[in-house]
Design a binder for this molecule. Structure first.
Ligand code: UD1
Ligand code: UDP
Length: 374
């Protein structure tokens, strides 16, 4: 039977949302059953644009929300004020949001205020601690209480939703769309090896060392936690057999601490945020990853790279359960000791460096499109 074309608004604003939604946007646009419109809040500006350029997607609407050093209050208020009129004008049949950012939470709320159904991509992640990660744990619970379709990346995530009495027929285990994105980036890198030539110089600078790839940006690490991390990096980089590559998040709360403690350290390559294929290339060339990122925890295991997670809890326990990720918090001595163990104990390294992929198989977007069309 002929079905009416559904008007879908995909709404997002930050780097990780863009990475995890571009494969779905391509899949929706390739399907005749959907009229797909892309609304970016630009909660992130430069880091969002980097992904959009690689993905080849031009937003239909760009709200250009970001201000330097934005507060949670100001950001949340601006998002709600800006998204409401867009939804009124666009009259979507459905809104799609991803993950746990302020953009995702507010877009779900603005849709709810208009009784527009919401689908949640990467639903059901729970740390069960509202302050770790903060404010993401509550953001995704708010989205989960509004959504009528929950695309859970793993069975663990689906079980968390069922435990909150979400009806089983509203929950689908899809895998995480980040693995779709990772596959696409690797395919592109294989076809265009010259694309990441800019990294060759860096790789050469650290030839003969083992590269520790670092990312950090979590709000709960701001202040003392960031200083601990910076001092730990300086101590790790003091080893002759180690090179540190650190794409620094532009948040002033991160940048200022790293500049102050590591700015003049020649053994730490503090570089700008990399576009997605460049970062995937860095994951390929590194020896291990030190991070508090959510997405990086999902990508690194598939590439066989041990991940030391600088957090107290994780809402992505699958890597820890499989033994390829380890929660180490943000204590300076602990970070230094855990990295040293992986560098000096080949058995400890081999036990964590097993390539496996508990987070997805690269077909999550196709499953989501099929369900949305059903
Ligand atoms: C946000 C999300 C977090 C997610 C992270 C991914 C919220 C509350 N936080 O945190 O869940 O894990 O993105 O990176 O939704 N900035 C730039 N250019 C950019 C991006 C950021 O200059 O392209 C600077 C700006 O000064 C901005 C600040 O970083 O005000 C913070 O950005 P914001 O999105 O509020 O917080 P994140 O820490 O990036
Ligand atoms: N990433 C990137 N360039 C970088 C650092 C990270 O493209 O310089 C990618 C990374 O591969 C992952 C995502 O950004 O897919 C993670 O984003 P972030 O750590 O900012 O947010 P989180 O996942 O913690 O919400």
């Amino acid at each position: 039977m002929f079905k009416r074309v559904q008007r879908i608004l995909v709404v997002f604003g930050t780097r990780p949302e863009a990475i995890k939604l571009f494969p779905l946007i391509h899949a929706l646009r390739a399907h005749p059953g959907f009229d797909t419109r892309v609304v970016v809040t630009a909660q992130h500006r430069e880091m969002l644009d980097q992904v959009m350029e690689f993905a080849g997607i031009t937003p239909d609407i760009d709200l250009n929300i970001m201000t330097a050093g934005q507060s949670l209050d100001g950001l949340t208020a601006r998002l709600l004020d800006a998204l409401g009129p867009v939804f009124d004008a666009e009259q979507p049949d459905r809104v799609i949001v991803q993950g746990d950012t302020a953009t995702a939470m507010v877009a779900a709320l603005a849709a709810y205020y208009r009784k527009v159904p919401v689908a949640h991509v990467e639903a059901g992640l729970r740390s069960h601690d509202v302050y770790h990660p903060w404010p993401e744990e509550v953001n995704r619970k708010i989205v989960g209480s509004i959504a009528d379709l929950h695309f859970a990346p793993t069975q663990t995530a689906a079980d968390a939703l069922l435990a909150e009495n979400v009806p089983a027929e509203r929950v689908l285990v899809t895998g995480n769309t980040v693995i779709d994105a990772l596959h696409m980036a690797r395919t592109r890198l294989a076809a265009e090896p010259a694309r990441t030539q800019a990294l060759d110089e860096l790789a050469e600078r650290f030839a003969g060392t083992r590269v520790v790839l670092v990312t950090t940006h979590r709000r709960e690490n701001f202040g003392g936690g960031m200083e601990n991390i910076a001092r730990a990096i300086a101590r790790i980089a003091a080893r002759e057999d180690v090179g540190v590559i650190f794409p620094v998040h532009p948040n002033p709360q991160v940048r200022s601490v790293m500049d102050a403690i590591l700015g003049h350290n020649p053994r730490v390559a503090m570089i700008a945020p990399q576009d997605y294929p460049h970062f995937v290339r860095l994951l390929d060339l590194c020896h291990l990853v030190l991070t508090d990122s959510g997405g990086v925890q999902e990508e690194a295991p598939g590439l066989g790279k041990p991940v030391l997670v600088m957090r107290e809890t994780t809402e992505r326990p699958e890597g820890v359960m499989a033994g390829t990720a380890k929660l180490i918090g943000s204590d300076e001595d602990r970070i230094v000791a855990e990295v040293a163990t992986l560098l000096d104990d080949p058995a400890a390294y081999a036990a964590m460096a097993k390539a496996h992929n508990p987070f997805g198989d690269g077909h999550a977007s196709a499953r989501i499109v099929e369900t949305l069309y059903a």
